[in-house]
Write a protein that binds this ligand. Structure first.
Ligand code: PMV
Length: 313
C-alpha cells in the first residue's frame, strides 16, 4: 500500500503580532514541542479525512476546514489526478485556533504529504503558494508570518512583503507557553484593530511602538538580555490590550505570571483567547509559574529553554 507523509511544527510569535499587518517587524520562533503529521494512505473510493475536528468524507468537511480542503483540491488539480483513492489522516499536538500556527501547519504538513505521496518535488515557492491559499481563507488578510516560520523552522525577524531574516537566539531564559483553553479570534481582532486605526489615526503610534519593541527584542534575544526582553513583553501586552486584542482570561494569566516572578508576559498571536507566553529566569521558576497558571484556568503549558541549543531543536 502506498503511503505519503508530511510534518510541520507549531510556532510562537514573540513580538509584533498585529503590528506586522501594518508593515512593522515581528519575531516568531519555531515551537517543536507541538507538531502535526499528515499521512496519505492509498485506498479505493472517495477521499476520507480524519483529523482533530472531523472524521468523514472530505467533500462534506465543515467550513472551518475550507482552507485545507481548497489546498487539497488545488494540488490534485495541478497534478491532474482525480480526487479519490486515498485517505488523509492528520495527527496534531498543536491546539487549534490558539495562535500557535495550527492552520498554517496543517496546510503545510498536508501539502508535504501529498507531494510525497505522488512523488513530486516540492519547492519552497510552491509550499508558500499552497499555505497562503489556505491562510487567506482562514485569516482573511494574513501577514504570511505563520507560513514563513513553519516552513523555515528557524527564528525569524519578519516584515510583510519583504524577505524574512533568520536569526540566532541566545537567551538564558525559559519560555513558558500557556493555552487559555479558549479559541482565539485572529480574524475578528485583525479587523477590529483596523477599525480602531481607521477611526483614530493617532493610534497608529501604538502600532509603531510595537514595531520599535520588536527591533529592541531582537537585540535582547541575540545578546542574552532576558530582563530587558521581559519588560518589553509586558509593555507590548499592555499596548495589545489597548488595541482590544487581549481579553480577561489572557490578562489574568499575564497578571498571575507577573505575580510569580515572571520576567515579563504577554498574549501571543491573534489574541482574544488562544495562548499567552511568559519569560522565566530559571526552569524552576517556569515550572512554578506553569503550576500557578494551570491552577488559574490555563488548560496546558509548554516550557522551552531559549539558550544556544534552542536553535538546534
Ligand atoms: O493567531 P495567529 O498565530 O495566526 O497570529 C496572527 C498574527 C497577526 O499578526 C495578528 C495576523 C497576521 O496575519 O500576522
Amino acid at each position: 500500500m502506498r503511503i505519503g507523509k508530511g510534518k510541520a511544527i507549531g510556532k510562537i510569535i514573540l513580538m509584533g503580532e498585529h503590528a506586522v499587518v501594518y508593515g512593522e517587524p515581528a519575531i516568531a520562533i519555531p515551537f517543536p514541542s507541538t507538531r502535526i503529521t499528515t499521512t496519505i494512505e492509498e485506498t479505493v473510493g472517495e477521499v476520507k479525512l480524519n483529523c482533530y475536528c472531523y472524521k468523514g468524507l472530505l467533500k462534506n468537511a465543515p467550513d472551518k476546514l475550507l482552507g485545507l480542503k481548497t489546498v487539497i483540491e488545488k494540488i490534485l488539480e495541478e497534478f491532474n489526478r482525480p480526487l479519490k483513492n486515498f485517505n488523509i489522516d492528520i495527527k496534531s499536538t498543536i491546539p487549534p485556533e490558539r495562535g500557535m500556527g495550527s492552520s498554517a501547519a496543517v496546510a503545510i504538513a498536508t501539502t508535504r504529504a501529498l507531494f510525497n505521496y505522488f512523488e513530486k518535488y516540492l519547492s519552497l515557492e510552491e509550499l508558500e503558494k499552497y499555505s497562503s491559499i489556505s491562510e487567506k481563507i482562514v485569516h482573511g488578510n494574513p501577514s504570511g508570518l505563520d507560513a514563513a516560520i513553519i516552513m523555515e523552522e528557524e527564528s525569524l525577524y519578519y516584515i510583510k512583503g519583504e524577505s524574512f531574516e533568520p536569526f540566532h537566539i541566545n537567551l538564558d531564559g525559559y519560555l513558558l507557553v500557556a493555552d487559555t483553553g479558549e479559541k482565539g479570534g485572529t480574524k475578528e481582532a485583525v479587523s477590529d484593530v483596523k477599525k480602531i486605526l481607521d477611526r483614530h489615526s493617532g493610534k497608529i503610534l501604538l502600532i509603531n511602538q510595537l514595531g520599535e519593541f520588536t527591533k529592541q527584542a531582537k537585540e535582547y534575544l541575540e545578546n542574552n538580555q532576558p530582563i530587558e526582553l521581559g519588560q518589553l513583553m509586558t509593555k507590548a501586552h499592555e499596548i495589545l490590550d489597548q488595541l482590544t486584542v487581549s481579553n480577561p482570561t489572557l490578562n489574568k494569566l499575564v497578571k498571575v505570571s507577573l505575580e510569580n516572578n515572571s520576567l515579563g508576559a504577554k498574549l501571543t498571536g491573534g489574541g482574544r483567547g488562544g495562548a499567552m507566553i511568559s519569560l522565566c529566569p530559571t526552569r524552576e521558576a517556569a515550572e512554578n509559574i506553569s503550576k500557578k497558571l494551570l491552577e488559574n484556568g490555563a488548560k496546558n503549558t509548554w516550557i522551552a529553554y531559549l539558550g544556544d541549543e534552542f536553535n538546534e531543536s
